[in-house]
Design a protein around this ligand. Structure first.
Ligand code: MN
Length: 446
């Protein structure tokens, strides 16, 4: 039974913060999609395309791989009408085992749109099967630039054909002979723009385990600069006549924004099973996994640490600001509650001066300062009403002047007894504030 032994790895790279690549691997289908578009567009486009392709294959078989890719195109195109997703698109390259048909014949189907690539290593030679649908590839075909110039061309990221831009799309398709021992490589441009083909070929020849090879290629791309997301699927054609039971299930390979660690964990699942399917050496695979796990989080950690530091710094500043605002407000309230004077009757029913606010404010009770020794009942009704209104003053001097003025009015109104009392009262008040003694006593003692 012809199937794939698969290794897969995807990494955000060293410059980007979002991984817009997406891959799908199973024993019969492998695919890589490289999304593009602002905001979340790129992420959504590649994920939608992979999801639709996957269900189209699972539900309807893979008799027409190109048809499944066309379905994926329509799905991305329909979603691209949504706000924030306009203009999104994705590359797609997919390789599938087709058959066996009525004659018992099994073949491989390959479809491609965009500038992700499919290579095959057959008889130790690396051969590129797909043609990039990109601006620079067109220039190379026309003989205007060399492929070496294309590799470093500033506009090498411009694609001329992708899924999701129109309702229909032209799809390149091939039918291939499945030969056990052939190794297929599907990858996004984040790999071949950073690692030259001779290095890719040497790595694919050197590492027998497909998972090790996939991880190593991602690692090389990061060492080469990691300027784009990197996604690599290595699919070895095996014919084990169904003697190896089970195998791994379908997997969508796509680390989320900051989940490279999860990818490493996921990859180890593929590695262990893929490895045992090839030569059963689980220990070596596990050791390799440990190496890779320490590499991948380190690559992803840099921007995240920066983000955490920024957040902490901002949090501390914010808390300090809040504390400062509350302290200032509390200080203002305390000042307002304690500064200021008012005139009212004390517990003995005598007119007195208090510091603070009438009735108190919050937990600040008014402070008794000085009694006049004059009872409220001794006043005329008009003056009594004024005192009962508990008039407030900004300073003790003002309160004192108010009482002196009141004493003068009381004297004029004719009450002799209260007047003398008030006079003595006034002088008793002024004893606490020498500066206003004369103003208080002068009118009351003519
Ligand atoms: Mn890319």
């Amino acid at each position: 039974m012809i199937r794939f032994a698969v290794g897969a790895a995807s990494d955000v790279g060293r410059r980007r913060t979002v991984n817009e690549d997406c891959a799908f691997v199973s024993e019969r289908v492998v695919a890589v999609a490289d999304g593009m578009g602002g905001h979340e567009g790129g992420e959504v486009a590649s994920e939608v395309a992979i999801d639709v392709l996957r269900s189209a294959i699972v539900d309807q078989g893979i008799d027409s791989l190109a048809e499944a890719v066309a379905h994926a195109n329509v799905a991305v195109w329909e979603r691209s009408g949504e706000e924030g997703l306009r203009g999104m698109g994705t590359t797609m390259c997919v390789l599938a085992v087709v058959g066996p048909d009525a004659d018992g014949r099994t073949s491989l189907a390959l479809s491609n749109v965009g500038d992700s690539r499919v290579y095959v290593v057959a008889d130790a030679e690396l051969e590129r099967l797909t043609e990039d649908h990109s601006l620079v590839e067109g220039l190379v075909r026309e003989g205007r630039i060399t492929s070496e110039e294309a590799a470093v061309h500033p506009q090498r990221n411009i694609v001329t054909r992708v899924l999701g831009i129109a309702e229909t799309v032209e799809i390149d398709s091939w039918e291939l002979e499945p030969r056990p021992g052939d190794r297929y490589l599907l990858c996004s441009d984040g790999l071949f723009n950073e690692v030259d083909e001779s290095r890719i070929a040497a790595t694919l020849r050197r590492l027998a385990d497909p998972q090790e090879a996939a991880h190593e290629l991602v690692s090389l791309a990061n060492q080469g600069g990691g300027r784009d997301n990197i996604t690599v699927v290595v699919a070895d054609v095996v014919d084990d006549d169904g003697s190896v039971a089970g195998g791994f299930g379908d997997r969508v390979v796509r680390p989320r924004r900051d989940q490279v660690v999860d990818l490493a964990g996921f990859s180890s699942v593929i590695a262990d099973r893929g490895h045992s399917a090839v030569d059963g050496d689980g220990a070596a695979a596990a050791a390799e996994e440990d190496d890779e796990r320490s590499m991948l989080p380190r690559v992803a950690a840099a921007p995240r640490e920066k983000g955490t530091g920024w957040f902490t710094w901002r949090s501390i500043l914010f808390v300090l600001l809040v504390i400062a605002v509350f302290a200032t407000a509390a200080g203002a309230v305390a000042w307002y509650a304690q500064n200021g004077y008012f005139v009212a009757t004390d517990d003995d029913g005598e007119i007195a001066v208090f510091q603070g606010r009438p009735g108190g404010l919050l937990w600040f009770e008014p402070k008794f300062v000085e009694s006049t020794g004059v009872e409220l009942s001794e006043l005329t009704p008009v003056l009594r009403d004024r005192i009962e209104a508990e008039p407030t003053f900004a300073s003790f001097d003002e309160a004192e002047a108010y009482l002196a003025n009141m004493a003068e009015q009381l004297e004029r109104s004719g009450g002799s007894e209260p007047a003398t009392t008030t006079t003595s009262t006034s002088s008793s008040i002024t004893s606490t504030s020498t500066t206003s003694t004369s103003t208080t006593t002068a009118p009351s003692v003519p």
